[in-house]
Write a protein that binds this ligand. Structure first.
Ligand code: NAD
Length: 488
């Protein structure tokens, strides 16, 4: 059993029941965690609130060192965490090595940013005055995390929140809480008690009380659109600061000039990494009608070579999906598209050689269109639906024909097309020829229903800071513009 982490202590809290955490590749139970309640949220928030009073005043040197220590702790336990990530989430070891590298480096990045600035000084209106802008922490930040990148999306919230001087209550996904608790034990333990707290449990029983808690002024959430909308409705009456990273339905456009073999590899990576369970997965792929046959064949041939299996095997390219509900939803999108006339060119079923686990074959479809759910709603699985376009104008229109606006990818060496694409596509990140690659200093986030929050970069720090303008007149003396009016 792994316990919650509240006020520097590991505790079962008020839980009388436990949640089983299973390995999606084997369906075996890995461990259990407490099914937390609103009372545990109350304890965690109250310890974070108390810790905030001293944490916000910690000097920049000490805060920076403490955040670097978190990064050092992560690196010191790298192999154990990577293995646990693969066991609880399913993606291959190589992808989890990359995730963990990002996690540690995010703490290093925000460690340094935390001493970089605290606002700015502006020219005063009068000589006898001093005006400056302070960027201040909110207080207790709720960090609510999904299962698909359990530590990366935790780090993108927790590191900037702490760097800005907030304290945090983390609510990991009930599906993948073990790695967050591992971090608490081995990497956050050097921080003062109460600065980081981890409450485990279901969304309705712990996430929701956290969102509604009056002492939690900022809510950082990554997850589905439906949950984000629910959180927003609870937060609105209290005017809480919302930081929402929601769903996506990212388009990849292959331009006529792209090399088919290279484009095939780029598309497969963007669509199938983490078994397609990435908010920025290539969920819709547009290919030019003039060269449709060439691109389709190259993609199908490449996808056929990919190896499915347990992520712990070093030769595995793609692991399982996270669970039965997600696989069933994925299969319903494929089945509907097929029924409406789409052709399945490879994949389309569960692999016969893998009887256990929530595996699904990577599936390439042709003949899809925007009337199908698979081209409109988040499929979140290993599918590559290919739709033909007649002109680049049409490709851009199709890319923008979507309720989400998280990311978009163009594969092309034609600078005119590249410029059109990054100017005319409405999405928070535009990737040209290198899909899904992030940059610590480059803000990540969405437009439209993907939510407007930004993680990483200075923008990611500002999400956890509120702005105060100080207007200071050096001397208290009567002003000519005070009452009474009409003076000479
Ligand atoms: P989810 O919305 O079901 O759950 C996310 C988290 O919210 C979990 O910790 C869950 O317990 C909690 N939660 C659930 N109901 C809640 C409530 N009423 N109040 C407060 N918290 C609640 O999402 P998921 O299935 O874990 O993750 C997949 C989704 O996340 C996909 O839609 C994906 O696109 C999205 N996602 C977005 C990004 C991004 O950066 N935009 C990144 C990764 C994943």
């Amino acid at each position: 059993m792994k316990l919650m982490y509240i006020n520097g202590q590991f505790t079962q809290g008020s839980a009388t029941e436990f949640i089983e955490v299973a390995n999606p590749a084997t369906e075996e139970v890995l461990d259990v965690v407490p099914r937390g309640t609103a009372r545990d949220v109350e304890s965690a928030v109250s310890s974070a609130k108390e810790a905030f009073e001293s944490w916000r005043k910690v000097g920049a040197n000490e805060r920076t060192n403490l955040l670097h220590e978190v990064a050092n702790g992560i690196r010191a336990h790298n192999d154990a965490i990577v293995r646990l990530l693969t066991e609880e989430e399913g993606k291959p070891l190589s992808e989890n090595h990359e995730e963990l590298d990002w996690v540690a480096s995010t703490f290093d990045y925000y460690a340094e940013l935390s001493r970089h600035d605290r606002g700015r000084v502006i020219p005063p209106g009068e000589e006898s005055q001093f005006n400056f802008i302070l960027k201040e922490p909110y207080g207790v930040a709720a960090c609510i995390v999904p299962w698909n990148y359990p530590l990366l999306l935790l780090a993108w919230k927790v590191a900037p929140a702490l760097a800005a001087g907030n304290t945090v209550v983390i609510k990991p996904s009930e599906v993948t809480p073990l790695t967050a608790l591992y971090l608490a034990e081995h990497c956050f333990a050097g921080l003062p008690a109460g600065v980081v707290n981890v409450v485990t449990g279901y969304g309705a029983e712990t996430g929701e009380p956290l969102v509604k808690h009056p002492d939690v002024p900022v809510i950082a959430f990554t997850g589905s659109l439906a949950t984000g909308q629910r959180i927003a409705s609870h937060a609105a009456p209290m005017m809480k600061k919302l930081h929402l990273e929601l769903g996506g339905k990212d388009a990849t456009v292959i331009a006529e000039d792209a090399d088919p073999e290279i484009a095939a590899k780029a598309v497969a990576y963007a669509a199938l990494i983490n078994a397609g369970q990435v908010c920025t997965s290539a969920e819709r792929v547009y290919i030019p009608k003039s060269k449709a046959k060439k691109f389709t064949e190259a993609i199908v041939e490449h996808v056929k070579t990919l190896r499915l299996g347990n992520g712990l095997e070093p030769t595995t390219d793609m692991g399982p999906m996270i669970g039965e509900t997600f696989r069933a939803k994925f299969e319903s999108h494929i089945a509907e598209a097929h029924a409406l006339g789409a052709r399945i060119l490879t994949g389309g079923g569960r692999p016969k050689q893998l009887q256990k686990g929530y595996f699904h074959e990577p599936t390439v479809l042709a003949g899809v269109d925007h009337s199908m759910t698979i081209m409109r709603e988040e499929t979140f699985g290993p599918a590559i639906p290919l739709m033909e376009y007649a002109s680049f104008d049409e490709a851009i229109a199709l890319t923008n024909d979507c309720q989400y606006g998280l990311g978009a990818v163009l594969l092309s060496n034609d600078p005119q097309k590249v410029k059109r694409f990054f100017e005319d596509v409405k999405a928070g990140t535009i990737w040209i020829n290198d899909p899904l690659t992030d940059n610590y200093a480059g803000p990540f986030g969405g437009m439209k229903l993907s939510g407007g929050a930004r993680e990483l970069g200075i923008e990611g720090l500002d999400e956890f800071r509120e702005v105060k303008h100080v207007h200071w007149d050096f001397k208290l003396e009567e002003k000519s513009y005070w009452y009474p009016y009409g003076r000479e």
